[in-house]
Write a protein that binds this ligand. Sequence first.
Ligand code: 5GP
Length: 207
Amino acid sequence: MKSESSSPASTRLGMLLLVSGPSGSGKTTLCRRAADAGLASYATSCTTRAPRPGEVHGTDYFFLSTDEFKQKISDDDLLEYAEVHGNFYGTLKSEVFTHIEAGTDVVMDIDVQGAEQIRNCDDPIIQQALVELFVMPGTEAELRARLTGRGTDSDEIIETRMKNSLEEMEHWDKYTYLLLSSDRETDYQKFQAILSAEALSVSRLLD
Ligand code: 5GP
């Protein structure tokens, strides 16, 4: 047992787990499920994309007009933003800092361009909090089946997403963790294992 002067700190910074992977890799489901189970807070993004049937403003995304999105950029409200599949997507600072500073873990769904911006940002809190995961779909056929299976996107949108997905998959080696997707339960067990192990990391302990 350690002496009192060198005992471990009792408070910690929350982790910021970035989750990337092609559309249809199942990454949003993993993040949502962990948040619903109370394991982490889900950082709801802003987007200029139109809501899909059933999507709720403030829960799935903050759905903004292009002007509203540009206002968020000029107000410096975004930690990062990128154009993905022809629409803007961005992370609100307010969805991240309050939580991680209070010791709550945050999970976020983000494309490879946004992840690159956060990876290169010089904010020391973000750098200390950062963990990155890439979710790789099993096969190309599976990816197509998942994109088609949503039943909400047109053939044209599916083709754009398929093409972008294949490009996105080339970036997996920049991430801390790689999850090769199999079935949803196995994927979730692995996802939980990453959250559990990273929650024990000494690197985020505070004095
Ligand atoms: P979808 O339209 O299918 O909800 O999302 C499309 C893509 O946008 C996904 O690859 C997702 O990871 C990405 N995305 C979602 N939120 C954000 C965000 O806040 N920032 C960035 N850069 N990408 C995001």
